[in-house]
Ligand binder design. Sequence first.
Ligand code: GLU
Length: 420
Amino acid sequence: MASVVTETLDPFQTAQGQVRQAVAALGAPQAVFEYLREPCRVLVCSIPVQMDDGHVRSFIGYRAQHTDVIGPTKGGVRFHPQVTLDEVKALSIWMTFKCALLGLPYGGAKGGVVCDPQELSVHELEQLSRGYIRAISAIIGPERDIPAPDVNTNAKLMGFMLDEFDRLKGQNTPGLITGKPLVLGGSKGRDEATGRGCAVVIREAAQVMGFSLAGATVALQGFGNVGSNTARILSEMGCTVTAVVDAQGGAYNPNGLSIHALQEWTQEHRTVAAFPGSQPLTSEELFALPVDIIVPAALESQITARVARSVKAKLIAEAANGPTTPEGSDVLFARGIRVIPDILASAGGVTVSYFEWVQNLMNYYWPESEVQEKLERMMVDSFHAMAEMADRHAVTFRKAAFMVGIERLSQAMAARGWIA
Ligand code: GLU
């Protein structure tokens, strides 16, 4: 009888398991896990919005703040119909580990609003953004918790959120939120930062694995901010992007897709599907393509054990948060496929958010070249901190990345006298 693998599809369970395993692998005190197993604070709110036709509709919003042991909490806000409290809690844990791995002076947080942004007008989205910030205003601030963009949110919505907070408090607080429009104190290079960070660690991994990016083929799941910037920067580094899939459909051309043309196409059609010169493709087919690198840049739990068994790529770089289930990870490991884990591959965004916050606090703004150079250095250093930990303990990159995080978090706990 074939053995039945139970798939862990709840991201919160996955995140907790990752923390538990990293604590055990380092022999850190059990108290470290107790401090990190749940977010220290969770807020659930109802956000009433007057819709364009005059009727009032309520939306559910969440904000989870995981730990403030290293600094104020930090993390994005996503607008998505499938957002759940457990998902937001998991994402807040992953933010803690991203920040710890990158050496940023933050703990993790995450927010979410259950809504379908495709169904809302620009005005309704603005009202929802303002209502969300009013609802969480008592627990956020530049020294407490700093929101940012995530899935389906962007600089424009951050501008409305910042304005709402400033009206409420009667002051200007640019350090409240990152990923803002440049004119309100946003940082140069923030828009493309997650994609650039992902491309940089792919380049480092390719070097360690002994293959060249020149001519390496890439398939991406997701073509939003993160997917499209990763695709563009990888193609500038010499890769050939052959496939992209989004929520509406896919585009495949074994000879390569022009990323610039594909970006123009998606701006107009809001999907990569039917891109001229391409064949249609599903996500399932994308993961099984004969390419060198796969970049999941969409949502959680996409690479299950079953999907992992079909992967032919040698490297996966997780630009999304939590795209691989624990069972999927085990299959990839057993098959010798290297994975750059989400807490590193997607950390470029929060890293430049940190630079933005620093610039806001000193009211002095850096040129884009300085942002890129600093991002590059922090991504490379963190890649090597993870790779060294992986070598030292003979563990996967994922486990090693969490272990680097646990090492730093437990040092902070000890320094605060929380643990012996
Ligand atoms: N939402 C992004 C992430 O998941 C960025 C968070 C931030 O900049 O605070 O990493």
